[in-house]
Design a binder for this molecule. Structure first.
Ligand code: SAH
Length: 393
């Protein structure tokens, strides 16, 4: 690995990579010390797992489009805290093919007399581009987000893009004519291919559509999930809960790796639909998904004396709610595998669980999912005191 400090000409304006002033080794040291400061009181913190090649790891790349006063088309990211587009042709964290597609589309626009959308007037055509690539399958989706449904010279434009990038497997037009910060609008038209791509993670297949959530660093997601599965120690007959399950990835990997029965719970209805179709795509019959608040689900399940063996929990940055944690204590599974993208809320929730129950934290593993940024992901294992001896392997 090249461990020199890397410079980026737009790092200040973009604001996406906060740690570029440090070499990658120094970044990992910093993240380790942040996690240790917050979590070492619960248990020894394992050494953070970094990337061998911490560049171009993002499988999903978005660019905003804008025409400046000189009539030049710019594509890139919004300057942090503003709606001014900072021009970017290549980024250290983004997939390189995705970046090439974006710059090529930008260069093609004038010859097709296609304009960029103007947020102030609500006029113009191209607003954003979104590219997603399945790293394991090399399927590529290009989403053109437009301010109007009318797409002049549509077929020729699509042909021109495909000539440059025959590896693109699907192209979608998404129409967003709202005054909004959201990139994608409601309406969608498939211009080429199936309208979705597939990727493979931990041996399981996942369908990714323009709007579905999918982990953006698949290499480290495998590391994260493999650690979570190792902590779960599934033997083949366990009842497993995958709470805050998103599109069902953790539960599906657990079902494939031998869980007896898996129930996933997730608040976002679109994600639940994706989870159900992902379970089908993997021929799994022992996994079910419920749309709802994880805290409500847990307290109802506890009332009904549901007794899972393993609970995976992967809450958003805000962490979990006391209602969830109280129900978890009541259900008392043998193992709780807590995955978190925010060590501060993880510390708060671990404090709650360990002070109100006989759970102790047995393992904490930080994983670097987002090199060059300040973010750090952690997996931890909790066991009940009375069973933890027998379960330590
Ligand atoms: N486990 C998934 C997703 C984790 S992200 C993965 O590994 O990809 C956290 C998820 O929690 C998001 O999908 C979000 O929609 C969901 N979520 C947020 N608040 C929730 C709540 N109160 N109840 C259930 N799910 C919730």
């Amino acid at each position: 690995m090249n461990n020199n400090k890397i410079s980026c000409p737009v790092s200040k304006k973009c604001g996406g990579c906060q740690l570029l002033n440090l070499s990658y080794t120094e970044q990992l040291k910093l993240k380790q010390s942040v996690v240790e400061r917050l979590l070492k009181k619960f248990c020894r913190v394992e050494k953070i797992i970094g990337m061998d090649h911490p560049y171009h790891y993002r499988n999903k790349v978005q660019a905003a489009f804008y025409t400046n006063k000189q009539g030049k088309i710019i594509s890139g990211v919004y300057q942090s805290g503003s709606h001014h587009v900072v021009g970017i042709d290549c980024c250290l964290t983004e997939d390189e093919t995705a970046d090439k597609i974006i710059t090529t589309v930008r260069k093609l626009l004038p010859s097709f007399r296609l304009t960029t959308y103007n947020e102030d007037t609500g006029r113009g055509f191209l607003r954003h581009i979104l590219v997603k690539r399945g790293f394991a399958t090399n399927q590529i989706m290009l989403v053109l987000v437009t301010g109007t449904p009318v797409f002049p010279s549509k077929n020729n434009f699509v042909k021109a893009i495909l000539k440059e990038f025959p590896e693109i497997t699907t192209i979608v037009q998404n129409i967003n004519n709202y005054n909004t910060n959201l990139v994608l609008g409601e309406q969608q038209k498939i211009l080429y291919g199936k309208g979705f791509i597939e990727d493979i993670l931990c041996g399981c297949k996942f369908r990714i559509s323009p709007k579905s959530f999918y982990q953006i660093n698949p290499v480290q997601t495998e590391v994260l999930y493999n650690t979570a599965m190792y902590y779960a120690q599934l033997k083949g007959s366990e009842t497993v809960l995958d709470t805050y399950c998103g599109i069902g990835t953790i539960g599906i990997v657990a079902a494939k790796r031998g869980a007896g029965r898996v129930i996933g719970v997730e608040l976002n209805g679109d994600a639940v639909k994706d989870a159900i179709s992902n379970a089908r795509a993997n021929d799994l019959k022992n996994i079910f998904f419920i749309k709802g608040d994880a805290g409500d689900f847990m307290s109802e399940a506890a009332e009904e004396n549901e007794a899972p063996d393993v609970v995976f929990m992967d809450p958003p940055r805000a962490g979990s709610a006391p209602k969830f944690l109280d129900a978890l204590i009541k259900m008392s599974p043998k193992r709780v595998v807590y995955i978190s993208c925010n060590p501060e809320t993880m510390a708060r929730d671990l404090e709650y669980l360990t002070s109100k129950s006989s759970y102790t934290v047995k393992k904490i593993q930080p994983v670097d999912m987002f090199p060059h940024t300040r973010h750090v992901e952690c997996v931890s294992l909790l066991c009940r005191k009375e069973t933890s001896k027998a379960l330590e392997q």
